[in-house]
Each structure stands twice: as C-alpha cells, then as structure tokens.
Design a protein around this ligand. Structure first.
Ligand SMILES: [Mg+2]
Length: 126
C-alpha cells in the first residue's frame, strides 16, 4: 500500500482528503503545516504529498523548496493544491519542484485523475 501525506492547516480539508484517498487505497498521514510535513517525510516512507499552499509557520511553497533541497531524502511526488486560479503562482510551484497541481475544492475523481497522471497509481485502462 502506498503512503500519502496530506498537508493542510484546515482540519476539515484533511478529513475530507483522508476519506477520498483512503477510498482510492492509500495509507494516510497528515500534517498541518510545512514544518510538521518535513518531520513526517523524515520519519516515514511517503510516496506522494497533497500540499496546501497557504498555511501558518511554513507554507506549501517554502516546504516544497526545503523538501527538494534535501538531497538526503527520498523525493515523493508532490501535488500542489491551490484555491487560486493564478497561472503565475502555479508556474512558481511547478518551477520549485511540484509534479502536478489541483484546484480546491477537489473531488475524489480529480485527485484520482491527477495521481494517475503522475504515475503514482495505475490508470484502470492502462
Ligand atoms: Mg490553508
């Protein structure tokens, strides 16, 4: 079973996300800011991260940069989650090492589709 780390400062978003990715078939870890998320990737084998942008203490972009700079860490796939339909922001995330992005609010189908596109899960018709 692959492990997904949900990083979001909203407990409601983490709860909804947990339901979706559990039903897709992931083992789920949670963090509420970038600092906690860095601790999680140091302590666990994480395959993929769904990463919120706006969070206190350490935001998603700061976390992403720190993660990608940590050469001692296994590098998980990172899907950036944003409410902003702002291409410059999305480009910034992709240039900082995000593999994909999704707009909030997302559905299980959207999450599944993105995880298939990144190759984290197999597409049913592959
Ligand atoms: Mg947030």
């Amino acid at each position: 079973m692959k492990t997904i780390l949900l990083v979001d400062d909203s407990r409601a978003v983490r709860l909804a996300g947990r339901r979706m990715v559990s039903s897709i078939g992931f083992s789920v870890l949670e963090a509420e800011n970038g600092e906690e998320a860095l601790k999680m990737v140091r302590e666990h084998d994480v395959d993929v991260i769904l990463l919120d942008w706006n969070m206190p203490i350490m935001d998603g972009l700061e976390f992403l940069k720190a993660l990608r700079a940590a050469e001692d860490l296994e590098q998980p796939t990172v899907v950036m989650c944003t409410t902003e339909n702002d291409m410059s922001r999305i480009m910034q995330a992709m240039q900082s090492g995000a593999d994909e992005y999704i707009m909030k609010p997302f559905t299980e189908e959207i999450v599944r589709g993105k995880l298939e596109e990144t190759g984290v899960i197999e597409s049913p018709d592959a």
